[in-house]
Design a protein around this ligand. Sequence first.
Ligand code: HEC
Length: 247
Amino acid sequence: MKNIIVCALLLALVPLAARAQDEGVKLQAANVDVSNTASLQRGAKFFVNYCMGCHSARYVRYNRVGQDLGLSDPQLESYLMFAGGKVTDTMMSAMPRADAIKWFSTAPPDLSLESRIRGNDWIYTYLKSFYLDPKSATGVNNTVFPHVAMPDVLWELQGTQRAVFNTVKNPDGSSYQVFDHFEQVTPGKMTPAEFDKSVRDITNFLAYMGDPVKLTSLTLGLRVIGFLVVFFIIAYLLKREIWKKVH
Ligand code: HEC
């Protein structure tokens, strides 16, 4: 019985421990806007070009993306589906799972619902936080996801950067490292501002995939508000008309 109570107490502390670890790095605000169709179109293109080599979005169909992002079937085929396939296909990566595990020692997770699992700010900061680390197998590490198995796939656009850590001493004499800032090592094809915008577009597309209904609910919400405004005006005029006779 005592063991069960101890186990229950330890389990209750697990979320606290996980949160304490997350607090290590400050997340940057993604400020995504799923009603910005141009940003979603750019994000979708980045996703197909830079992410789908390894990741799938198994719950998302190309033609649904086309419908939501204002792309016709021929546009969809030339813009997002250069590897072929049918517009009714889901967005599956061509990488066999077994190979992925062999290469990365873990399978790249499906990203359909990633924005719900990690949150937009996490994804945005994660994609910007790869830094050079000669000790790692991929040559890079990540401040948001230490020892991550994913290579820095956007390095050509961002350039490479190194992380500067501060050493903090504990009262008992031991010390630990706290991330302070990044320093650019080699420049990328994009300026930092352009890169931020592109990462925001990718994050926006992931946010849209995680909640595709949001697009519809936004327009529906605006229509409902429009209806209420018109209805209010009619009701007001009607009230004036009726009370005129009473006075
Ligand atoms: C070369 C293969 C590869 C490519 C290309 C790639 N990734 Fe990854 N990614 C991985 C692997 C492997 C992991 C698992 C990392 C781990 O668990 O250590 C991962 C993990 C992630 C995670 C964290 C998942 C989680 O919650 O644990 C996110 C988010 C992610 N990738 C986003 C992206 C995005 C966005 C792109 C495109 C810009 C991309 N990845 C391109 C291999 C890749």
